[in-house]
Design a protein around this ligand. Sequence first.
Ligand code: PLP
Length: 751
Amino acid sequence: MEIYLDANATTPVLPQAREAALAAMAEDFGNPSSIHSTGLKARALMDGVRARARRVLGADGGRLLFLSGATEGIQTAVLSALSALRDHAERPELLLYGATEHKAVPEAIRHWNALLGLNLQVLAIPVGRDGRHDLAWLREHAPRAGLVCTMAANNETGVISDLDGIAAALAGSTALWMVDGVQALGKLPLRLAERRIDYAPFSGHKLYAPKGIGLLYVRDGAPFTALLAGGGQEGALRAGTENMSGIAALGAVLAALEEGGSFRDHATLVAYRGQLAAALQKAFPGMVFNAPPEACLPTTLNFAVPGLSSKLLLDLFDAAELRVSGGSACSASKAQPSYVLEAMGLPGWQTASAVRLSFGPVADRAFIDEACARIRVCGESLRESCLDPSAPGQALPADGLTRFIVDGACCYLLADAASRRAVVIDPLPELTGRLAQWLRCQDYELAAVLDTHSHGDHASSAPALVAAVEKARGDVDALGWPHGADAVELGALRLTRLALPGHTQDSTAYLLQDEGKPGGGPRLAFVGDTVMPGALGRSDFAQSAPRAYGASLRRLAQAVGPQLLLLPGHDYDDRFATTLAVECAAQPLLADVLAGRLDDAGFAAAKARLEQGLALTEYQTVACGARIDSGCPLVASELSPEGLRNLLGGHPDLLLVDVREPYEQRLGQAPELGGAVRREAVALSGLPDALGRWLALPAGTPVVFFCRSGNRSAQAAQALRRLGHGQAWSLGGGLALWPRPPAGADAACAI
Ligand code: PLP
């Protein structure tokens, strides 16, 4: 059962609103502009809903238009205000909007300001740490302003604006005032007519009506310019045949609001929020609220947990079928810090780790109880994965290889459960805290921290990591290798090193040997920047050894052969691993030097020509371009749920791999396929180690990856395909699109 806690993004449609919409489509389907009885019935319905909306909004005067939603309402208000300002004899200088407004507001202001040729100065009204407008600033600027836009309540934080304070700051100013009432509808009494508000837009879908219906209030006497001209509907203020099913549904929601019963009162909502806040605090000790709850809508909580990104928390909650959001829905697809929290002056980690939890005012106790229970389970799952930075928890022994990636740079953690020892290869400063926390929580000994090469522009973070786990660094060389040691051992695992001067004079590969592996050869190699997917490391730095590079590559080829998995120091396009065979097919230069067609001097000269004048990213692009041209194009590898079932029918040996992280796997469901299906759970971070196993499967064995949304599984399928397994697939759309049993009784909870 899904627990939907993202009501500030949108809400499901209330059952009585659904019924009203259906009736307006099936029976009362008239056009309110028609003068026959069917049309008159539609008009009566529309007039009734408008009258109700006036009562709910406290808007007995002024105009109240039906339109498609708040974005259209905002456009109309801004166009109206700016058209009037254009005609003013004495034009004001400023257009002001709150720094935390929904993007629709500043974008509309900029758009119409340019299109109407006004070119007034557009300024954001600063907000304080509590998210509220800086009224002193506003008072100072209001006399020069032509339009002021301030929201009634914020969609990300729920912070409620001080509308009376804003009205006082605007006293004496001729500025027009727009209040975005979207998040306040049904939650705050707006008393529009009692205030000097000129425009107030609303969206039905934020309060249990369908998408595509909204309202715009325009004060009597406020300037108005129609956005849509046409058939004269809405008193010629907004042309286009009205969305009657939307209006009917909105009417049913407003009726429920007026009549009471369906919507909880303020005190109950505050109590529900308190319950959720307590559950969060217990599940994630150390979490902080990004806005003071007492200054916010009782239905919104915005929080951050130190050390946990919002992406991680979102994946975790989603696995527990708790739908929450990171910042706002519009920016959720882009991994960007919240501009709302930035405007409030919150520290970077808080703006980058924000999670918003919002419920609608028809939530009931059972729904909130279930939400709290799931939050608790999420906290437990994190503790079991050693990911809760503040709580030691009960560690599950971790074994094997984990890859971390930060801006394309790779760091590897090799752990052995039997000996309780771990090695970190190519540590990254961004990961110091997380790795140290993990090692402490698992109670593993840090056997070594190894770099594959030194860096010209920064020092290694190895000493910081060693210090963070309170260990003495011991007698090691500049790359972290213990002086005099032939190998670093972790139980049955053995790391040996191979000097590969080229990218730098000290470039080194680490070969991983596994006593348990038949044949005794290395299982994989950490090669740093010597060989990266689609490229070789640059060799034009002061610390490079370009003339030694060719011989190093041949030495590597001799040690690892064409098929061994090579784990790079950088991976810019999610390829996880490569082999010399794959790289030779893609990089003629590499193929030539390995085959002896190019001597070391010729190789160094050709490489220098390629590198000359190219920045690292350009170099990467050139090399990757060469690869794609040389016959390694991406292949579509998505399967629909039906496609997966069909494939399974023809291939009972199919292997289904869950690539979500362990804390998600522990919570989440998996595709129900009936019968016995071979399954594995390998988080994307564990992919490099598993790729070799899947490559060893018979060529025709389908390997199908799945995750939450289909993104991570697509990466895994492409990585396996690139390495030569043609039967690698991803479940398109992930678990999110996997067919579920009909909602039935669950629907009430989702509301
Ligand atoms: N204003 C606020 C405060 C909002 O939360 C939203 C939607 O997220 C909008 C405006 C835009 O509403 P719509 O997308 O329904 O037009």
